[in-house]
Design a protein around this ligand. Structure first.
Ligand code: AQP
Length: 331
């Protein structure tokens, strides 16, 4: 039997280079080898509020991005979290086995809670819903970026605690974090590229929009004049070139940067052009899908129906184990 893989992405803005390199590109590769379930996690995107209209539009846009980069509904289940209510049911039940202290020590909670005067409980409980997303499908592995490693450890703890309290039910899911792409840095070169930090390079945007973003990227801060020798090893633009340029082109950029023969603006222009070229076929496919949203909705409906079958199987088991299948249990 093929191993089951689950992963999700928030519809909280345009898919960016970090999402693509750290997640989507790998998801596409995994489809032939594994039994894959890919989810648009809209219930995560509302944990800290948000404009309802924007979230709804983002769901459709993210579904289009999934399909445009090559996720294939013939090979994988592609669906929206809120279409399968068992996610929130299981999350509630996992509250019974999750210590509050474990949630409070999550780095992402500590970082995000700084942004609020009054912290929404959803920001604290987010990893419980994430554990439910994954364990509902009894996933063997979850491809994620490094930002999610700690949450995945918590998912394993929750599975262990549930199994100890109620009997063997859930696997201990493995985080699948790829080398080199686990943490793509944002345009500021300091923080992880992240939609909520507005430091992203969108992957399906038109060429001008890509350039508008890339031109603001921070480079080597010690390089003041154009002919100052650069230090590619500290420059995020150079790091990003590695994902797009051939070995030969990359070596050329590195050498010219060290000699001060190529300026940072030219280097960013090269990067922007490479990104625009690399994503051209995906942009084309996305435009086709935008013109035919009913096809996208069909795919999501079918995905939700297939995901529901798996989710319901797990919940029958969980309800019985926890004493919630009470009508049958009192007979
Ligand atoms: N910078 C990144 N480098 C590598 N992988 C990344 N991922 C996200 N950013 C990077 C991976 O993409 C998948 C989807 O994650 P997400 O929807 O939480 O992405 P986000 O852009 O980080 O979203 P937000 O809305 O801005 O959320 P926060 O602020 O929570 O990060 C995951 O597999 C993730 O690891």
């Amino acid at each position: 039997m093929k191993k089951r893989i689950f992963s999700g992405m928030q519809p909280s803005g345009e898919a960016h280079l970090g999402n693509y390199l750290g997640a989507l590109r790998r998801w596409v590769e995994m489809q032939d080898e594994f039994d894959c379930v890919w989810c648009i996690v809209d219930q995560h995107a509302i944990t800290a509020g948000g404009d309802p209209k924007e979230i709804a539009t983002n769901v459709l846009d993210l579904a289009i991005s999934f399909l445009a980069v090559g996720l294939d509904p013939e090979k994988s289940i592609i669906f929206v979290q809120s279409d399968v209510p068992e996610h929130t049911e299981l999350a509630w039940l996992f509250n019974a086995v999750t210590p509050v202290g474990d949630l409070e020590r999550m780095t992402q909670f500590k970082d995000k809670s700084q942004r609020f005067e009054s912290i929404p409980a959803g920001v604290l409980n987010y990893p419980i819903l994430q554990a439910a997303d994954i364990l509902l499908y009894k996933a063997d592995g979850v491809p994620v970026g490094e930002d999610q490693k700690q949450h995945l450890e918590l998912t394993r703890d929750i599975a262990r605690k549930f199994n100890t309290a109620y009997g063997e039910t859930f696997p201990e899911t493995e985080p699948l974090i790829a080398e080199h792409v686990g943490r793509i840095m944002g345009l500021d070169g300091k923080a992880k590229m992240s939609k909520s930090l507005d430091n992203t390079i969108p992957v399906l945007a038109d060429p001008e929009a890509v350039w508008t973003k890339v031109r603001t990227a921070v480079t080597d801060p010690e390089r003041i004049r154009r002919d100052d020798p650069g230090r590619p090893e500290v420059c995020n633009v150079y790091t990003l070139h590695k994902f797009f340029a051939t070995d030969q082109a990359r070596e050329g950029i590195e050498e010219q940067c060290r000699q001060g023969a190529v300026g940072c603006v030219d280097c960013k222009r090269l990067l922007s052009d490479s990104i625009v070229d690399a994503f051209a076929p995906f942009r084309e496919k996305a435009a086709e899908l935008h013109a035919n949203p009913s096809r996208v909705l069909e795919i999501l409906d079918d995905g939700a129906a297939r995901a529901s079958v798996l989710a319901q199987q797990t919940m029958v088991e969980v309800r019985e184990r926890m004493g919630l299948d009470w009508r049958n249990m009192i007979q």
